[in-house]
Design a protein around this ligand. Structure first.
Ligand SMILES: NC(=O)c1ccc[n+]([C@@H]2O[C@H](COP(=O)([O-])OP(=O)(O)OC[C@H]3O[C@@H](n4cnc5c(N)ncnc54)[C@H](O)[C@@H]3O)[C@@H](O)[C@H]2O)c1
Length: 422
């Protein structure tokens, strides 16, 4: 009993230490890129949690400028525009009618994505949408067709495939560092967030994290697109997908637990790609945090452990008979010195990003404006954006297939197999 206050004090000190790491990583110190010429006008629809991060990223892209914003909650649009400059719009029509706005950035909740994107395309605006493109495949496909029919561009998040880490992995594979790639193991375990008091999380500007919406949408629709878009970039179109998806912890203790219609909190997808590569992707909001992306080839494996950090280190392990045999011994696996001696952890790839020293402390680091900047260049040069609507439709088809797969066929009950002992 007497130890409890000391334990609580220790936990508080450790927690403040983690906050200090956030400060030390210094995302607030992003330097603007040099740019000459008139910036492309952006209109933001949906000024919630993620809009604060978009606004921070856009500040380091002088080729883009927020001109107007609209949110169903006007106070949110006012807060955003107070920081960025521009017009607070009374409704979506006012924003879509603003001639200073060329690209609509759709940062609404997933249930509003299709409706807002459709209105913007119909108004003749280019659109960059947060993921998923839509919650229904027919709707997603109709949006791609509409963009084509109107002669405007449609792009979709996530943009992490354009970041230095994903590009480094891709280049190393193309250079042949791991021989022929065969298999991908990708994890997007976000930790049991219901045990991490997500109702207290907020952006640096104080906008609360929409934990109810995230848990209702479910881990697959929210997160599978990150790794899937890397895989499509590296290995080509998806040929087959088989999925499994389930709400494994329906009894989460939540402040509004009773009223929430929770989405799946665990899923696995197995996929094959046109290049012949096979992948297993796991998402959850139950298992402890794990954001690894591993590509295994004939000669070795290349991996990174932080897919939400655009300049996370990239590691290359070349296989050797001795190393492959050594790792079958648990004692070698457990002792860091032995792991290094047998080369089990690999070495840093020469392709890896080299962030400034502050960057090494980062947990997450995404330049959210990268996809919009590419779409703006695509507008000016008459090409499709790298994160095109077609690509997003393809990824959406796979993630909907995994999310809707359910939990498999029932097994015939056996009278002789016992339940767990009580
Ligand atoms: N939260 C994150 O960490 C995160 C990270 C990356 C991407 N995203 C994605 O970004 C999107 C937004 O997420 P968020 O965290 O900012 O959610 P949020 O709930 O904090 O903000 C969404 C905002 O959109 C507004 N909105 C909803 N429908 C609207 C409509 N029809 N017209 C105008 N405004 C409308 C809401 O009032 C709200 O202010 C989601 O698609 C999410 O998947 C979220």
């Amino acid at each position: 009993m007497t130890g409890a206050p000391i334990v609580r004090l220790g936990a508080r000190i450790l927690s403040s230490g983690l906050d200090y790491l956030d400060w030390l990583s210094g995302d607030a110190f992003i330097k603007p890129n040099a740019h000459v010429g008139e910036p492309v006008g952006i209109g933001i629809v949906g000024c919630g949690f993620v809009a604060d991060f978009y606004a921070a990223s856009l500040a380091s892209h002088p080729e883009l400028a927020i001109k107007a914003a609209f949110d169903l909650d006007r106070s949110r649009a006012e807060r955003l525009i107070a920081r960025t400059g521009g017009t607070v719009c009374a409704d979506l029509d006012q924003l879509l009618g603003d001639p200073a706005v060329s690209i609509i950035v759709n940062l609404t909740n997933p249930t509003s994505h299709a409706q807002v994107t459709r209105a913007a395309l119909e108004a003749g605006k280019h659109v960059y949408s947060e993921k998923p493109l839509a919650l229904d495949l027919g709707e997603a496909s109709a949006l791609v067709d509409l963009a084509k029919a109107r002669g405007v561009l449609l792009g979709c998040a996530p943009c992490t495939a354009l970041g230095d880490t994903a590009q480094a992995v891709h280049k190393a594979i193309k250079r042949g560092d791991i021989g022929t790639p065969r298999l991908v193991y990708a994890e997007l375990d976000d930790g049991p967030i219901h045990k991490m008091q997500p109702w207290e999380w907020a952006s640096p500007q104080g906008t609360p994290w929409p934990w109810q919406d995230e848990l209702k949408t479910g881990c697959t629709l929210e997160h599978a697109g990150y790794h899937l878009s890397w895989m499509v970039m590296m290995f080509g179109p998806i040929v087959t997908v088989s999925g499994f998806s389930r709400l494994v912890a329906p009894d989460k203790t939540l402040p509004e637990g009773d009223k929430l219609n929770l989405g799946s909190d665990f899923s696995v997808g197995c996929l094959t790609f046109s290049s012949g590569v096979t992948a297993r992707l796991t998402c959850s909001t139950v298992a402890p945090h794990d954001h690894r992306f591993r590509v295994i080839g004939d000669e070795g494996e290349i991996f990174t452990d932080a897919c939400w950090n655009m300049d996370a280190p990239v590691w290359l392990r070349r296989f050797s008979t001795l190393g492959l045999r050594a790792e079958t011994y648990p004692v070698v696996q457990r002792i860091g010195l032995l792991r290094r001696l047998f080369g089990l952890d690999g070495r840093l790839s020469d392709m890896r990003p080299r962030p400034p020293w502050r960057g090494r402390f980062r947990r997450h680091h995404i330049d959210y404006a990268l996809g919009i900047a590419d779409l703006a260049r695509a507008m000016q040069t008459g090409r499709q954006p790298a994160l095109s609507g077609e690509n997003a439709l393809h990824v959406t088809a796979a993630l909907l297939a995994i999310d809707r797969a359910g939990s498999g066929a029932e097994v015939i009950p056996s009278p002789t197999v016992q339940g767990p002992a009580s």
